[in-house]
Structures are given as C-alpha cells and as structure tokens.
Design a binder for this molecule. Sequence first.
Ligand SMILES: Cc1cc2nc3c(=O)[nH]c(=O)nc-3n(C[C@H](O)[C@H](O)[C@H](O)COP(=O)(O)O)c2cc1C
Length: 183
Amino acid sequence: MTKIKIVAFTGSLRVKSYNMAALRAAAEMLPEGVSMEIVDLSPIPFFNEDVEAGGVPQVIVDFKEKLAEADAILISTPEYNYSIPPVLKNALDWASRGTKLPLSGKPLAIMSASPGIFGGARVQYHLRQVCVKLDLQTLNNPEVFITNANKKFDLDGNLIDDYTKRSIEKLLQTLINKVEYIQ
Ligand SMILES: Cc1cc2nc3c(=O)[nH]c(=O)nc-3n(C[C@H](O)[C@H](O)[C@H](O)COP(=O)(O)O)c2cc1C
C-alpha cells in the first residue's frame, strides 16, 4: 500500500476541545500505511498584509510546508455563530497567499462537533465555500456532524460513541480512496 500522509487541524484552541478530541480519535483509527499529523494552529499570528510584506513569519512558512507535504487534509471545526471560527479562517487565509498554494488540488475531509443538536452543520457549508477558492477537493460525503458532543466523548476526551466512530472511519476511508484515485 502507498504511504499516505494526512495533515489535520481544528479551529478550536480550547484545551478540552471536542473537535481536537475528534481528530485524536481519527488518528487512532487509521489503516496501515496512513499517517496523520495534527497541526496546532495556536502559534499562527493574525493575518496582516503589512506583516506579510515585511517577510512571511517562519511559523507560516513551516505551516505551508506541512500542508504542501500532505496527501490529504482533515479539518474538524467548531461552529461559531453559524460560521467559521477565526482561528481556522485565519490559517486558511495565510495558506491562500503567495505564489505556491499548498492546498491546491488536495482532497479535504471536514467534520464538525458541537454540544448542540446540529453538530456544527452550518459551519461546514461556509467552510466548503471558502475551500472552493482555495481549490481544495472537498469530499461531499459522508457528512460527519458530531451532535451532542458532550455526550459522545468522556471527560478525558475519548470518543465513546460507536455511531460517531463508524462515521469518522467512513470519512477517513473515503478520503484515502480519493487520494489513491488521484495518485
Ligand atoms: C463565539 C462562539 C460562538 C458559538 N456559536 C455556536 C453556533 O453557532 N453553533 C453551535 O452549534 N455552537 C456554537 N458555539 C458552541 C460551540 O459549539 C462549543 O463551544 C464547542 O464546544 C466548541 O468546539 P470545541 O469543543 O472543539 O472547542 C459557539 C461557541 C462560541 C465560543
């Protein structure tokens, strides 16, 4: 089997983030030959064209390099006021700049987790729209909305819900299939 590298990140900086917990759960269910790196977005500064003009910060150069090396991207994001959390949008804005677009053409899988009953469904549609501009190949199915997330993870952030586990597994497999189809 070919080696496949997934780079994953979340729009939440919360220590006990359900979305980060979902990414950790995903990292534990990968088939052989597939690896995942979860990238922490907290060191990424606010985008500012003046800063960019003065020289792109090393942390952004490194972030973009990681994205460029990935075969596929996985995002698990919270929904903030029906939309994309600033941490995530900011990281994507940095990734959209410059002549080398590290996300262009890459398969992307999206998940969202919320304690609410919609599981962050609305943020996914805003995020999809942004990903069109970034030229990502966002999977349409399966859609993974982790509803009532406070009941799906235990206090240590372990995923304890079988249906959610199966949904994430399916999403990962679809992402891997997409990478293999492209390669
Ligand atoms: C500024 C803000 C706006 C929010 N807006 C929504 C929302 O529109 N829909 C929703 O389901 N949850 C909303 N929430 C609640 C988040 O879903 C909840 O805080 C969730 O745990 C965040 O994800 P995390 O656990 O990965 O940090 C909001 C939270 C914050 C802080």
